[in-house]
Design a protein around this ligand. Sequence first.
Ligand SMILES: Nc1ncnc2c1ncn2[C@@H]1O[C@H](COP(=O)(O)OP(=O)(O)OP(=O)(O)O)[C@@H](O)[C@H]1O
Ligand SMILES: [Mg+2]
Length: 308
Amino acid sequence: MLDAIYDANIGSYLGMPVYLSNGKMFGTVCAIDPEPYAFNDQEIEAIERLSSLVSVILENATRSSYDEYNDKLMRLEKLALLGQLSAGLAHELRNPMQSVRGFVQLLFEDKKEEHYRDIVLGELDRINDLVSDFLLVTQPTAPKRVDHDLKQIVTDTVEFIESEATLHNVEITLSLKTPKTHVSVDESQIKQVLINVLKNAIEAGCKEKGKVDIEVNTYNDHEVVIEVTDNGSGIPISIIGRIGEPFFSTKEGGTGLGLSISQRIIQEHKGTIRFENGEDGTKVIIGLPLLERKASDDELPVRESYAY
Ligand SMILES: Nc1ncnc2c1ncn2[C@@H]1O[C@H](COP(=O)(O)OP(=O)(O)OP(=O)(O)O)[C@@H](O)[C@H]1O
Ligand SMILES: [Mg+2]
């Protein structure tokens, strides 16, 4: 040991152990001088402080990555369990529902009862949609990709959701700010993502007049970005980490599957989806990979804005 110290040319050494909260020693923070030297009280105190600081930093670093890992594991376990459950559930529910549907149509032959028939059929369709949603979260189908103009998909979706927005007294504006919108996507899956995000924005609970702004833009040659901004209550910091967790919902009657499905779909398309809390409201940013730029892109009008 003395030889090692001699070889390392250590004249004086001041070391302070770094302990973790479980009492285990992690290592030592030390100061070394090649000359013999008597460290003074101030220097000893500084090393002591440094050692406590390192112990806090280490503790935080290991804890947050451990928590993150645990979170991911819990999500995966939940999804695996859901996968098994939903496959069975879908099978068990769909067959009897099909026969109920048939009998309901036969039963309500009287014109006066058409209204009741429609209610029952509507509810059956809702159950069917829910079962499909379960399946999509847990056993997503690979996207059937076709070349599309994203602007068309966004415009169609906004038109589809417009009546819902009006019902909630929410005004939607759409700005198409880029000619680069050629993507290879599964149209119905991307529409589903947009519907989920737009529905959340419409339901975001704004005190005054609700506003939802959609912007389609590009900031580079690789990705087209859809930004959906609402002026609702925002996502509380305490739950932002749980967004996308299957069945996590703060809404009465919410299934908590909307964003979980959306994250899966965007992941399958090699895109990104992020959530930002703004001054007032939430911004959802969806990025999708762009296809090669086409010559006709330049002919497309830029900066189109629509109000709905
Ligand atoms: N734009 C938003 N503003 C505020 N909170 C939001 C917004 N979008 C999502 N959230 C929060 O995220 C949660 C999960 O959203 P998600 O769409 O997955 O489920 P949901 O809307 O509750 O139910 P549903 O399955 O019917 O969509 C919501 O319950 C809400 O708390
Ligand atoms: Mg939702």
